[in-house]
Design a protein around this ligand. Structure first.
Ligand code: PHE
Length: 445
């Protein structure tokens, strides 16, 4: 589908909300917090901010320019600007959509179960035992399948009536929940110890290459870039959008929500003295927050139950608006490439991804390995591919980026960044992280 028959957003707000909905999700609340705890607090946050601004934002604008210019889904869009030789890169994006959603939805499934059961029965007394029960096995699979079904329902609804509507209803709610919880957390005794950890930069960590590598992966994951989500969303844009301005707004919002999420997580953890469960915990950091936070909520009585349910509600809402964007990449590729109808494509792709999530639902080590492969290889590699493509292959990228722009135009620094800065940085990160990713994969077998 292209030209007039292509679906479109209702306008600027609809598009921005959908894109922010994609960006803001488990990455901002769960992944950001646990990595910040694991990787040394504010030093990690600072690096993540740098990557967001200097690497992430240019790649996002690259995706926007390609997507809106081509008015096509990833594989076709890259073919449109680069010829058939470049379609493979779009194929990698679709593959990344499969991989990421297959485990993302498992984690979202945990959140659904936590939220529902906490609302009905309160938080469990033994949070670790609860987490082991909930996080692996056929129960986890069932919640993952239910979450996938929900995502399919939204994506079947289409760009305006499905994705945009879901984001417009849910993003404001998420915003109020996150800010509300952060304000509540500030009233806890001992909250300041949490702030101290979160906000004091340990400069020795900034030069720790491992911290640099995970900050880069986190920036890509959190912004939903490097795999064609933003490209696909931009393919439903009309030519009057201010792409430089809108990309800036989306990146700022995404960072903002992650930053505020730290203000809900760290005070709660430190006020209840649970920091050793999360910080420097060498076993299962992926699950640490799913254990420490419910523990905290359980000790906080009725208030804890309410705040906790709100926390999981925010997590679920964020996860859903992100999951639908991941699903949309694969669905749009199937619509354009295979000629399937939207409904048919959503259901088939949803079932395929649901099944692909089985090993992640059955074992957290597999899930963790998928997360590493997705972030450090697929997204970083995808970002590198996009930078090279836009910087060297695409004709007149500046024209595509500037069309319709009116406000603050930062495109003069955009192309130099894409041509020189971004490829060097991402290339170094990609190469250096391959051994660790490889050994994580090998350890599975
Ligand atoms: N950005 C989403 C989050 O933070 C996850 C995501 C990654 C969505 C990649 C789409 C593509 O949760």
């Amino acid at each position: 589908m292209s030209g007039d028959s292509r679906e479109h957003w209702t306008g600027r707000t609809g598009f921005v909300l959908a894109a922010v909905g994609s960006a803001v999700g488990l990455g901002n609340m769960w992944r950001f917090s646990y990595l910040t705890a694991e990787q040394g607090g504010a030093a990690f946050v600072l690096l993540y901010l740098l990557f967001t601004a200097l690497v992430g934002l240019p790649v996002m604008l690259a995706e926007f320019s390609i997507g809106r210019g081509a008015q096509r889904s990833p594989i076709q869009a890259l073919g449109h600007y680069g010829g058939p030789r470049w379609r493979w890169l779009g194929g990698v994006f679709v593959l990344a959509g499969f991989v990421i959603l297959s485990y993302y939805s498992v984690i979202a499934g945990w959140a659904v179960r936590y939220g529902v059961e906490a609302a009905l029965f309160g938080f469990p007394a033994d949070a670790s035992a609860y987490f082991s029960r909930v996080s692996e096995g056929w129960d986890a699979f069932a919640y993952h399948a239910a979450f996938m079904a929900l995502s399919v329902i939204v994506v079947r609804g289409g760009v305006k009536d499905g994705i945009e509507r879901a984001a417009s209803l849910m993003m404001p709610a998420l915003f109020f929940l996150v800010v509300g919880i952060a304000l509540y957390a500030a009233t806890l005794e001992g909250a300041s110890r949490g702030y101290a950890y979160y906000l004091n930069v340990d400069f020795s960590k900034i030069t720790d290459w491992n911290v640099v590598v995970s900050a880069a992966g986190q920036a890509f994951f959190s912004l939903s870039i490097g795999m064609g989500v933003m490209l696909t969303f931009a393919s439903y844009l009309t030519r009057d959008h201010d792409l430089p301005g809108e990309s800036l707004l989306i990146a700022v919002s995404d960072f903002g929500v992650a930053f505020v999420a730290g203000f809900m997580v760290f005070p709660v953890i430190f006020a209840l003295g649970l920091q050793s469960d999360v910080i420097g915990a060498d076993t299962g950091t992926i699950g640490a927050l799913f254990i420490a936070l419910p523990k905290a909520f359980a000790t906080m009585g009725d208030a804890g139950r309410i705040v906790g349910v709100c926390f999981f509600a925010a997590l679920i809402v964020g996860a859903l608006t992100s999951a639908i964007s991941l699903l949309e990449v694969v669905v749009s590729a199937a619509i354009d490439g295979l000629g399937w109808g939207r409904g048919q494509a959503a259901v088939r792709v949803g079932i395929a991804i649901g099944l692909l999530g089985t090993p992640s639902a059955l074992g957290i080590a597999f899930l963790d390995a998928m997360d590493t492969v997705a972030n450090q290889v697929l997204l970083i590699g995808g970002g590198l591919g996009l930078a090279v493509f836009t910087g060297y292959v695409m004709r007149d990228p500046l024209v595509a980026a500037r069309e319709g722009s009116g406000g603050f135009d930062w495109t003069p620094v955009w192309l130099p960044l894409l041509r020189y800065g971004v490829p060097v940085i991402l290339g170094a990160i990609l190469l250096s992280s391959i051994p660790a990713t490889w050994s994580k994969l090998v350890a599975l077998f």
